[in-house]
Design a protein. Structure first.
Length: 129
């Protein structure tokens, strides 16, 4: 699947779900493709007491549930259709799922792409590798 197709998959899951009180979900959606060619998706959940889950983490949980850990490429899309780079927590999260994920292609705005290792150049855990 190419970058544009993966973007479209993520975009298809965009919604704006209102939850209890001021909680919302689905305003960011993520699609990832594994090295085996499988695609997994997830949406964000933001709750009023600051508990939340990024769309990337949601998609990664789905991937791990299906016994895969290596991501070929990943994209997150905001409800206005723009592409969001992963937050710092997600960058770290992706890197710690599998060492090979330092080679994951992160899809950026305008469908540019960068390897995760270029977004996390100085790993705090390099001394244990
Ligand atoms: Zn995040």
């Amino acid at each position: 699947m190419n970058k544009q197709e993966l973007y479209q998959v993520a975009n298809n899951y965009i919604s704006h779900k209102k939850l209890k009180q001021f909680g919302i979900a689905g305003h960011v959606s993520c699609a990832l493709e594994t090295i085996n060619g499988n695609v997994f998706t997830g949406i964000c959940i933001d709750l009023p007491c600051s508990i939340g889950l990024c769309a990337e983490q949601s998609a990664i949980a789905e991937m791990v549930k299906n016994n895969e850990t290596v991501i070929e490429k990943i994209v997150a899309v905001y409800e206005d259709g723009s592409i969001l780079p992963p937050c710092g927590r997600c960058r770290e999260f992706i890197s710690q799922i599998d060492d090979q994920n330092m080679e994951t292609k992160i899809i950026l705005p305008e469908l540019r792409e960068v390897l995760l290792q270029d977004l996390l150049p100085e790993g705090w855990d390099n001394k244990w590798k």
